[in-house]
Design a protein around this ligand. Structure first.
Ligand SMILES: NC(=O)c1ccc[n+]([C@@H]2O[C@H](COP(=O)([O-])OP(=O)(O)OC[C@H]3O[C@@H](n4cnc5c(N)ncnc54)[C@H](O)[C@@H]3O)[C@@H](O)[C@H]2O)c1
Length: 402
């Protein structure tokens, strides 16, 4: 049976490991020993990856989690699924990819198919991954290189690895063909593009499209409020047009590993090539500014001053029904509330613990600000937790909100 190594066992890597291990023998490599220990005992840390399925795959010998990089040596296919965040000065941070390249280069001694699923800017496969693997290899090996950017949306049940169309392209025709063969085992719809750079750029553009439209609707929410109109009713009215309109809804901002990050990768590569990215940069700013706008509205409604008021932020995950707090808008909302002198706690039982704080009970506050509404949280309890509730989600029928 073909052995596949998947480098990085997070949201993307573990999800793909579970789908791939139905057809292949999968080695899930992660540099975090704690994650490996948990996975090895059959416990999934990712929503949407069922622990009992993980345990079955381990029992059947189809999946093994390891932090020992030498175990990838005899795999025929290697998938890279490591983080691609931003540096402190908000530039693309390829250090995790570089370290994955080092793992591959220093352990793999025969030609294999290497597929990158991590999101990065066009040219990453050709000009960064290939040369870095070659740099770390002890001798020259002709690997096959391909890209297939991941589109998984954690927590989503209608679209998954099997039915989400998957873009792919290799640096050579052989790499393209082998990549198609690999994914065809567990993906129904494969879309070949002519160059890896097209797939890389398409992935960035998909999330930039979302970020720009979210920024537009966030700006529109402010315009609608200033005109005394309901943003939701206006959006529903616009959405009756059967063509040329796609409805996005306002929020406290964007979060997660993709939408706040990927457009910055696109802007960075655009500016490196002398092309403008002003629209993309501004969209990011509008989304970041939403938290300040919301806190200003809350303060205005509460006598213009939040000093000493107890404020409960309801939902701190970046989106409903997941525990993921990466780049969550709740962080900026809390920061602005604290800057105003509010005594802030938060309620999110799915997240549980975050930044050294624990989820507070859903009651007893002067003010509540709903940032994320998980399905499991009762709307009536939210409305009863404080005499003033400001809703940023459109899911809580409070008189105050976006
Ligand atoms: N999360 C999503 O919804 C999503 C969707 C599409 C694409 N992506 C992209 O996929 C990539 C991975 O994202 P993720 O959400 O799975 O990240 P994640 O943080 O959930 O998981 C990454 C894992 O990689 C491990 N890791 C880091 N460096 C490593 C190394 N050198 N060797 C081995 N393991 C290493 C970490 O310990 C972590 O467990 C990113 O480029 C991201 O932009 C993510």
């Amino acid at each position: 049976m073909i052995r596949v190594a998947i480098i990085g066992q997070g949201y993307v890597g573990l999800t793909i490991s579970i789908f791939a291990s139905e057809h292949f023998e999968v080695v899930g490599f992660d540099s975090n020993q704690k994650i490996i220990n948990q996975l090895s005992s059959g416990i999934s840390h990712i929503e949407g990856v069922d622990s009992s399925l993980l345990a079955t795959r381990i029992k059947n010998g189809r999946y093994r989690a390891t932090a020992n990089s030498s175990e990838i040596a005899d795999c025929e296919v290697i998938v890279i699924a490591v983080p691609t965040p931003l540096t402190k000065d908000r530039k693309p941070d390829l250090s995790y990819i570089e370290s994955a390249c080092k793992t591959i280069g220093s352990n793999v001694t025969k030609p294999v198919l290497i597929i990158n699923e991590s999101t990065s800017f066009p040219g990453t496969l050709r000009n960064f991954i290939k040369p870095n693997i070659e740099k770390f290899s002890q001798r020259q090996i002709e690997h096959l290189y391909a890209i297939s950017p991941e589109r998984v949306d954690p927590g989503r049940s209608d679209f998954n690895q099997k039915n989400t169309p998957r873009l792919y392209a290799g640096l050579t025709q052989e790499a393209t063909a082998k990549t198609r063969e690999f994914y065809s085992k567990f993906c129904d719809n494969l879309v070949e593009v002519s160059l890896p750079e097209v797939a890389e750029a398409a992935k960035l553009f998909e999330n930039t499209f979302r970020q720009v439209n979210i920024a537009l609707v966030n700006e529109f929410a402010q315009i609608a409020h200033s005109l005394g109109l309901s943003v939701y009713e206006t959006l529903d009215a616009a959405n009756t047009k059967p063509y040329g309109f796609m409805k996005f809804t306002p929020s406290a901002g964007v979060g997660g590993h993709c939408i706040p990050v990927d457009p910055t990768y696109l802007a960075a590569v655009a500016e490196d090539h002398g092309a403008p990215a002003t629209f993309i940069r501004r969209a990011n700013e509008v989304n970041l500014e939403m938290s300040e706008y919301i806190v200003r509205r809350v303060a205005t409604d509460n006598g213009g001053n939040l000093q000493g008021k107890s404020v409960l932020v309801v939902g701190v995950a970046y989106k409903p029904n997941v525990a993921d707090v990466r780049e969550t808008a709740a962080e900026l909302v809390i920061e602005h509330l604290r800057n105003q002198g509010a005594v802030v706690s938060w309620h999110d039982e799915i997240v549980g613990n975050w930044r050294g704080e624990s989820s507070a009970p859903l009651r007893g506050a002067d003010i509540a600000v709903v940032v994320t509404k998980h399905d499991s949280v009762d709307e009536k309890k939210i409305l009863a937790c404080a005499p003033y509730v400001f809703d940023t989600t459109g899911k809580v029928s409070s008189p105050h909100g976006l």
